[in-house]
Design a protein. Structure first.
Ligand code: ZN
Length: 84
């Protein structure tokens, strides 16, 4: 589950929360229970170590997904270059 960073607009508290992507905008300040919190945009981190060892096949398929993503992005950039 990704960790998101938030800042409470009521009490200025900085906090982090484990959230599903769908629920990332439903955070609540742990100090004042305010829902007036802002999510820090660039902070999303997957906690992989805490989940313990995973089967190699799973790791491999995740790496493959990463590779596919990289290829897609590279292709998009290339297409951009051609249009330009
Ligand atoms: Zn607060």
């Amino acid at each position: 589950m990704p960790i998101y960073a938030y800042k409470c607009e009521e009490c200025n508290n900085d906090f982090k929360a484990n959230k599903r992507a769908k629920e990332r905008d439903n955070a609540e300040c742990p100090l004042c229970q305010s829902k007036m919190v802002k999510r820090a945009l660039s902070f999303a981190m997957h906690v992989k170590k805490a989940e313990g060892p995973r089967p190699l096949s799973q790791v491999k398929s995740e790496l493959l997904e990463d590779k596919k993503k990289m290829i897609k992005e590279a292709r998009r950039e290339m297409e951009g270059d051609i249009e330009w």
